[in-house]
Ligand binder design. Structure first.
Ligand SMILES: Nc1nc(=O)c2c([nH]1)NC[C@@H]1CN(c3ccc(C(=O)N[C@@H](CCC(=O)O)C(=O)O)cc3)C=[N+]21
Length: 291
């Protein structure tokens, strides 16, 4: 017996490749007088949220996108936060932005997300843009699902006819990923598992591709994985011994492909945030060319 080790789906390397093309596209936009600017709205002082937002602005600097930051106190009122949203919607320097989630409990999160101008929605999570995704219309894609599909394609993991099991029904990953994977261009079959699933192990064992996005440390164990399956570790939890993904360590010896966490899907989530900002700027320019 010898340990077989899964091929690593390298999110950092794939991100660096993407950034090369992003830099060229931003240079071309700037040459035509369009300066893309990404805004972030951060409420409160959660250290995790702070470090994610910091990473987003570092990425902007790498590809030539301007950064706009609104760091706000945890006690901000609904009306005050809505005024910040209105201001970013009206600011021509801010061509796309995100409101970092989660928001404090006294804030109506859905009301804030719906107030974002859908044309500036860098997350692709505005109801209008989720609706466009359902309709198959052009618009920003949710960043983590987009990153997952890109990573699978980059490593030639077959999607056509593949059985994908998604674990987790969150709004940012589990709910929208099936919409991307079941498009005619991807053509996968998708099962969505959640806390109500009767036998998680039995479902996951049938998968050619497992997308673990539950936010439960070590939920996916080696005995649940079909030998040779591709496993994407998307969940993140802060535990006493640091950041932990949803995938248990032994899975690397059964899986054919494995996205590490950190270093897998996370860097691509951030990359496609910038991708959405660049896409929106290009769409605007094409529209003004036609006018
Ligand atoms: N409106 C909104 N949009 C989001 O996209 C959003 C959000 N709110 N709230 C929180 C989650 C979480 N999330 C991550 C993105 C990148 C990494 C990432 O790049 N992680 C690195 C490690 C970075 C580190 O160690 O801090 C990695 O996986 O290699 C992680 C987590 C985006 N989120």
């Amino acid at each position: 017996m010898w340990a077989v080790t899964a091929l690593v789906l390298d999110g950092k390397k794939t991100r660096d490749e993407l950034f090369e093309s992003f830099r060229e596209r931003v240079t071309a936009l700037r040459a035509r007088g369009v300066v893309p600017g990404l805004g972030t709205v951060l409420v409160g002082d959660d250290p995790g949220s702070h470090s994610y937002v910091k990473g987003k602005h570092a990425d902007c600097a790498k590809v030539g996108i301007e950064s706009i930051r609104r760091d706000l106190p945890a006690e901000i009122s609904q009306a005050e936060l809505e005024a910040v949203i209105d201001e970013l919607n009206a600011d021509p320097a801010c061509t796309g932005y995100i409101v970092q989630l989660p928001l404090p409990k006294h804030i109506d999160e859905n009301a804030i997300l719906e107030r974002i101008d859908p044309a500036k929605d860098a997350d692709g999570l505005h109801p209008t843009n989720l609706g466009r995704l359902v309709l198959g219309a052009d618009g920003p894609l949710p960043c983590t699902p987009h990153g997952i599909v890109h990573l699978l394609r980059r490593y030639d993991v077959p999607l056509n006819g593949a059985h994908v099991v998604v674990v987790g029904r969150g709004v940012t990953v589990g709910r929208p990923i099936g919409l991307l994977l079941t498009r005619r261009s991807e053509n996968a079959t998708v099962t969505l598992c959640h806390t109500g699933t009767r036998d998680l192990g039995a479902e996951v064992r049938r998968a050619d591709i497992v997308i673990a996005a539950a936010g439960v440390p070590g939920l996916i164990t080696a005995d649940m994985v079909k030998p040779g399956a591709a496993v994407l570790d998307v969940g993140v939890s802060r535990t006493a011994d640091g950041l932990r993904g949803d995938v248990a360590p032994g899975v690397a010896e059964v899986a054919g492909h494995l996205s590490p966490n950190p270093g897998g899907v996370g860097p691509l989530t951030r990359a496609f945030l910038l991708g959405n900002v660049i896409d929106a700027a290009e769409r605007d320019l094409a529209r003004s060319d036609r006018a």
